[in-house]
Design a protein around this ligand. Sequence first.
Ligand code: M6R
Length: 582
Amino acid sequence: MCGIIGYIGKKEANRILISGLERLEYRGYDSAGVAIIDDNNNNENNDNKINTNKVKGRVENLKCKNIPGMIGIAHTRWATHGRPSDANAHPFVDKTQDFAIVHNGIIENYLELKEELRKEGVSFTSDTDSEVIVHLIARNYSNNIKEAVIKTVKKLQGAYAFCVIKNDKKEIIGARNGSPLIVGVGEEENFLASDVSAVVEYTKKVIYLGDFQIAEVKNDSLNIYDFNGDEKEIEIKTIDWNLELAQKDGYKHFMLKEIFEQPKVIEDTLKVKMDIKKDFSKIIMVACGTASYAGLVGKYLIEKIAKIPVTYEIASEFRYREPLIDENDLVIAISQSGETADTLAAIRLAKEKGAKTLGLINVVDSTIAREVDDVLYTRAGPEIGVASTKAFISQLILIYKLAFKLAGKEFYFDLNKFKETLSLNEKLKELAKKYFLYQNFLYIGRNTSFPLALEGALKLKEISYIHAEAYPAGELKHGPIALVSEDMPTLAICPMDEVYLKTFSNIEEIKARDGKVISIATEGDQKIKEISDDIIYVPKVEEIFYPLLITIPLQLFAYHIADLKECDIDKPRNLAKSVTVE
Ligand code: M6R
């Protein structure tokens, strides 16, 4: 993953780079760094220095040092190769310290390249895969950075977006293959960045670099080339982004703000126009994490409502199998970021096999959105919290709309019931006080409540670091029930639906073994109260709409537990918002 940014212009680069990094921190926050050319030194030899400031930990740690200069690059890291440390923080410089680079992605053949460079006398200062790039560029340089980059990319295997500067050149070169990179086009200043959020404060004009492209960026000009050095046409897009959406508005965390934004998100996503032809025989849902659980809800819903066969695939598995798909299939990729490496690769594989592709994507013009045959945008707005909440609900809404559309039926959902469910917040805060010290949880559900159990358990794991396992309720007796004890509570999702009595019996089985049960049930269900230690009621709605309501207590339960444990909710350890490496 990682976030990268470059600035060239007439302003001090340090402040711009650090504020850009703060917006990119969702991509990783293990270490951060900047490298800036000190161009005040206008001597005859033009031998300016590159100064760096890099530290383990958060971007804010960079703020205590100011580096002068108007051309620079910066990085916020999600560690892949080499643990988080000052030495493994980017930017990396070559031995002459004339070149500096920042990199997002993975160089798969770095060990081989390292060996080759070592034989030529290069010594390495980090354990990363990225450092080879700067040494290769220095080796390949003869007065033109772009040419050195073209030679270098021929040696690299893997996915990357990188930026490079040289001490005596007034330009930044960026290269992209597999990891995102945009150019922000300003007035007498230009930017390179992993995404538009980093530059939107300064410009709304952007160029989305394609794979195998190189950007040569100066303060008053820019050119794009392919990896053969041939110049490409430039297409500048104007983005419709609003920075205010990325503020906390008085909420303690972005996650809580985003949970409470969901009614508006539903309202906006309901307005999405859908014009889909039923010219396929089956649907394959591909996605990762929370988005994949939306896909699994989709399988249950589309099969039930539209009677079309749907398979559900985790993108990282799908891409390395030999899936039996062809031109009669529709592959639907679900992704908030639109940049998830495995989901992108799954879509590319589907296209290779001739399948039609559709994206349910949140970030407009993201890589997946641009590569699929058709895209439907979820209207969740920028989601900052690493734990996905409002994006999930917007994905569900598009899936409902799709199921109804394919069935030729009208879709109507009463938003008031959803708003009512949000008023459970205080109750969940109280409930969290009772449960936040447990180390393990089971989550169970049947039918559409099973993917919700997966999603609820994922939320708890990722923000509170509590171990939580989710199972279809009917699977318990095939093994997991051995885990049940008074130390491992179960969160049972048991609304009044067609499998109510089945899940009810599973709860009884847990109680018979001294397990504690928190039930999420339908308002008015007195029977379930008798067998539950705690109960959360959601309003009564038509059966198929329970997933929308039940999502709320799952999100709030995880949130309040993590808050009581004083966890870093918006930036949980080891995670990043956008997973652009496989
Ligand atoms: O951007 P995407 O929707 O493709 O991301 C997929 C997953 O990485 C994401 O949903 C992840 O599981 C979240 N952290 C879950 O809250």
